[in-house]
Design a protein around this ligand. Structure first.
Ligand code: DGL
Length: 272
């Protein structure tokens, strides 16, 4: 057993989709969340820069004495797996858990993948899916504006701007008649109501935050790293820009306030 917190990170708010699930599947675990809100988005940046950011983010979490690291970011998961796997603690990302869930869910074998430009160009989800079953047909689509919409708080299911953008981006995957859609960026589950209504009822949405949280829970159980009973749960949140917008969207999304537990840090001093 291990009472240390779990470290979760993302470029911004998106990783909260994994935190929300972790609160449900592992309610006794403490969490240190890092959202790089000052440098978001990662998904439109080059591979080497994202890898440098990822190295710093992981280094920061290690400095917080975490027992495991979850890259709750499709972009980091796609380009920095080797960095995570070299950590001295268990490392999980979103690609494999999502691919497995999608392969299990599809009936027609036609799977859509939406993500940031970096994620889609890396072909990470397609490779994972074809590794599971080479007969699957994969239809990828980059949706770069979604991250800005979420970070700006355009997250209400009735938000017309987000809906319009979703209709434009999702038209090709709808036309491909997929029956399963991987939300391959952890920001996207925050607007899953809009994405779901544009895709239509028959399409199963795979939530990267949820799948990653379930995979992490399994790993902690298997390695006997769960927190012993009776240890009080703590959650701390760290960001790299002023916390205001983070606090608002986090509360809306998590259903509880993170005020008083959120702090700004200087990330550039880590991982160099
Ligand atoms: N939420 C992240 C992802 O899953 C990052 C989005 C971004 O920073 O571009 O890809």
């Amino acid at each position: 057993m291990d009472a240390r917190p779990i470290g979760v990170f993302d470029s911004g708010l998106g990783g909260l989709t994994a935190v929300k699930q972790l609160e449900q599947v592992l309610p006794g675990e403490s969490i240190v969340y890092f959202g790089d809100t000052g440098r978001v988005p990662y998904g439109s940046r080059g591979r080497e820069l994202v890898r440098r950011y990822a190295r710093q983010d992981m280094e920061f979490l290690l400095s917080q004495n975490v027992k495991a690291v979850l890259a709750a970011c499709g972009t980091v998961s796609s380009v920095a797996r080797d960095i995570g796997e070299a950590l001295p603690v268990p490392y999980l990302d979103v690609i494999w858990p999502c691919a497995q869930a999608a392969a299990a869910a599809t009936k027609t074998g036609r799977i859509g993948v939406i993500g940031t430009a970096a994620t889609i160009h890396s072909d990470s989800y397609r490779s994972a899916l074809l590794g599971i079953n080479h007969k699957l047909q994969v239809f990828p689509q980059a949706c770069p504006l979604f991250v800005s919409l979420v970070e700006s708080g355009f997250v209400a299911p009735q938000d017309e701007v987000t809906r319009l953008v979703a209709e434009r981006y999702l038209a090709p995957v709808r036309a491909a008649e997929v029956d399963t859609l991987i939300l391959g960026c952890t920001h996207y589950p925050i607007i899953s109501a809009t994405i779901g209504s544009v895709m239509g009822r028959g399409v199963t949405l795979i939530d990267s935050g949820r799948e990653a949280a379930l995979a992490l829970a399994k790993t902690l159980r298997e390695r006997d790293l769960l927190c012993p009973e009776g240890v009080p749960r703590q959650a701390r949140y760290y960001v790299t820009d002023t916390p205001e917008n983070f606090l608002n969207v986090a509360e809306l999304f998590l259903g509880h306030s993170v005020e008083g537990r959120t702090q700004r840090i200087e990330i550039e001093s880590y991982g160099n």
